[in-house]
Structure formats: C-alpha cells, structure tokens
Design a protein around this ligand. Structure first.
Ligand SMILES: *Cc1c(COP(=O)(O)O)cnc(C)c1O
Length: 223
C-alpha cells in the first residue's frame, strides 16, 4: 500500500459513522487521485475550475466532484454539467447563475451555503445575518434547478482548539435554526461541511457530516 492509501485509511478509520470524507485533491496530480480511488474513495474536492476540468476529463466518470473553492459566476457553466455539489455558495447572484446553467443542462445541482464565522477578514462566505436575509428573502424558493443541501464553513486557522470548537458549534447551532425555519420537511437539507486537515477531529465532535481533508492524505501542496 502506498503512502496516500495508508493516510487515506487512517483518516477514514477515524471518522465516526455519518461523516463522509471529501478528499481534497487540488494541486495534486491525477496519479495521487487514482491511488485514493483504487482504495474505494469516490468523493473528491477541487477549488479551481480549470484544474477540475482537466481532471474530470482524464479520471474515471464515477468520481463525485465537489467544488469547494470560491466560484466566479462566469465559470459556473463549465462545471455545472457534471459537478456533484458546489459547496461554497455565498451570494444570491451565484445561486441564480447555478440555477440558470443547471436548467440549461436539465440538472438539479446540489449546493451548500458558505458561512463566514471565522475571524479572518479575507475569507468568503455569508455572515449569519446575511444568510438569514438571503433565506428570508425567499427568491431561492423560485430556483427549481438548485437544491440547498446544507451549510459549509472554514474555522479560523488557529492553534486554539476552543476557538475552533466555538466557531463550529456556532455553525452547527445555526444549521438547526435554518433547518427548523426553512427545511424541516426535507431530508436533503442535512449536510454540515466543516473540518480540514488540522481540525477535522474537532469537526467530527461538532456535528460535521462532510470533512474536507487534503494535506493529511496527499501531502503538502506544491503551488
Ligand atoms: C484546500 C481546502 C481544504 C483542505 O485543506 P487541507 O488543510 O489540505 O486539508 C478544505 N477546504 C477548503 C475550502 C479548501 O480550499
């Protein structure tokens, strides 16, 4: 077994039931993805459209790709035909464009709303109030080619485990609020995507259902 396969299994073995792994393969070559694929991993995360396009064309068709990066509206059309989930939707404008492109290919595309809870200024995402506003506004209900399946966030990149735990707990509590207010009667609103290489064990304790782990499995990225 190669290093990637053994790291993959270490991560998988540590996940509680109900938590799925998004193997984040951005900047890693297709050989690395195939190592994980040969061990049964089918869910991969990428954050650059052009890179994803190439990998999607060259790799097995039964891979489920999650787009986890910031997506520009003008690039939505390239990934909508095959993407399994777009995780980081943080504006009505982006949601509308996904809906429009999905309608053109006769698909319903699963998305998550990205929350901004971390301290860092540079990160994308909706504040809790922005997210409340977007949902209260109700336009999303008219978009029949997107399905909002849950929430995604990145905790602050800090050593302080308590801070990470607090931010993830805030996201989990907010999930409950939104679920009760808008999605109580639909099973598909069930995803909580948080946890990366340095904090996924904490995420598993904070009700994550999708952890997005790259470096721990594939090694350091070479940019
Ligand atoms: C790169 C990336 C990850 C994975 O980060 P690692 O530290 O390599 O595990 C997770 N989520 C998002 C949004 C990313 O861009």
């Amino acid at each position: 077994m190669d290093a990637i396969s053994s790291h993959l299994h270490q991560v998988l073995d540590s996940l509680p039931g109900g938590v799925r792994l998004v193997a984040v393969s951005k900047y890693h070559p297709k050989e690395s993805i195939l190592s994980a694929y040969s061990e049964g991993q089918r869910l991969f995360g990428e954050s650059h459209v052009q890179e994803l396009q190439v990998k999607h064309e060259q790799l097995p068709a039964d891979i489920q790709w999650h787009f986890i990066g910031h997506l520009q509206t003008n690039k939505v059309k390239y990934i909508v035909p095959y993407i399994s989930m777009i995780e980081a939707v943080d504006s009505m404008k982006l949601l509308r464009e996904i809906d429009r492109q999905a309608a053109r290919c006769g698909r319903v595309v699963d998305v998550l709303l990205e929350l901004h809870i971390a301290e860092e200024e540079t990160k994308y995402g909706l504040t809790l109030d922005d997210c409340r506003q977007l949902l209260a506004d109700g336009e999303w209900r008219t978009l029949s080619h997107v399905r909002i399946c849950g929430l995604m966030m990145m905790a602050s990149y800090v050593e302080d485990e308590e801070q990470i735990r607090q931010e993830m707990t805030m996201a989990a509590d907010f999930f409950d609020e939104v679920k009760a207010a808008y999605f109580a009667d639909v099973d598909y609103f069930c995803e909580r995507s948080w946890g990366m290489s340095h904090d996924y064990p904490i995420a598993c304790q904070c009700r994550s259902t999708l952890v997005r782990v790259g470096t721990t499995i594939f090694g350091e990225r070479v940019y």
